[in-house]
Design a protein. Sequence first.
Length: 199
Amino acid sequence: MSIANSLRTEGIELDSTAISKLDAFTALLYEWNKIHNFTGAKNIKAIHDNIIDALYPIGFISFPKNILDVGTGAGFPGLVLAIALQNSTFVLSEPLKKRASFLRFAIMELELKNVKVEAVRVEEIDAMPFDMITSRAVTNTNFLLQLTDKLRNTNTKYLLYKGSKVFDEIDDVSIYQLGYDILQKNRRNYLYIKSINVA
C-alpha cells in the first residue's frame, strides 16, 4: 500500500522521489518496530497516519533552510519532513541509542543527504541558532523553549505538534510573549510560533 493515495486525499503534493522514499521509510519502520517497539503505529495505515500528521503543515507554513527536530523518536516529524523538504537541512536530536541507530540506518538506506542525527539531549547540542525548531510530544512548550534557548535567535520559528493541552501550555508560558498561530486538524494542534520576546 503506497502513501501516495493518502497524500493526494490530504492535498499534500510531493514529487515521485519523495513518495518512493516515504514508502521505503514505512517498510523500514514497520519491520524495525516489530522488534524494538519504537512507536504505537503497529501497522502500515497507522504509520501512514503519522506521516500525514508530520507533513500536513507544509501546505500552510514556509519551511526555512536550517531545521532542528527535538526528540525525533521513530522519525516523526523530523525525518519525514527531511524526506519531503530536500532543500532544507535537518538535525535530528534523539538521545535514545536504539532510536538514533534506526534513524541513522534509515538515512543511509534512503540516501538522504540533507539530514544528520545527534544522539544526545537537545541541551547538549553545540550549534549555531536554527531557523526553525520542530518537536512532537516531547515536553511542554515552556520547558522546550528553555531547553532550546541557546539554539535560537530572534528569527527562529517553532513548529510544535500538540494535543488538546496546547492552550493551557500557552497560558503557562509567562516569561515569554509569543507571536503564534494554531492550525487544527482532528485532534492535532500545530503550534507555529513566529516570534518570541521575553515579557
